[in-house]
Design a protein around this ligand. Sequence first.
Ligand code: DC
Length: 224
Amino acid sequence: MQVAIDGPASAGKSTVAKIIAQKLNFTYIDTGAMYRACTVIAKENNIDYGNEQGILAAIDRNEIQLKAVDGGQKVYAGDKDITRDVRLPEISANVSQVSALPKIREKMVSLQRKMAGEMNVVMDGRDIGTTVLPNAEVKIFLVATAHSRAQRRMLDLKQQGIKSDQTLKEIEQSIQERDYKDSHRQISPLKKATDAVEIDTTEMNIDQVVEAILVQIKKSQKNI
Ligand code: DC
């Protein structure tokens, strides 16, 4: 079974996707972390964020892997654990540019489809329902105001112990810039699939969002 959860930055996708995967004993796949890993690999190899061939070659030398650990997920580039690096503000600021490169997307999408073909998955991202898994049994599109997403992002960084000099206003601005870039790129832009269920999480807590998604999953299971 495939559950696709899409939506803009910091709408709560990964938090709820992890919980749902754990409840259903499915594998959680954070596709944003894969594009972030490409960006970290570019940075560490001093490759320009627009150099598609250079980044592709570096990814071939440093295989990107997602490893499940106690309900969470670790990100590796080759044998290096880059789980923390992928969340750094410099990576957040440049991942939209790297993830817009067509050949990088091609490579990541093919990896994502391979994983989804081998196991039951909850996959979160921007184009899962539209492009990666167009036949997913359940498609969810999470939205929330930019302000509430900025508040969540700030809390996330704090909880992960990542120091950032950005104010709430600056985080909100960078989220809006990323939304714009992600929704306006040429290849598989951030877009709600026509058959996705939209959930506005602005006024909802995590348990309520999880519950709303589980209802959709149960509905789809009845239809199988
Ligand atoms: O979900 P996130 O913020 O970790 O994603 C990081 C970036 O990766 C996001 O700005 C856009 C890109 N992305 C994408 O293009 N397609 C996906 N399926 C997931 C993320």
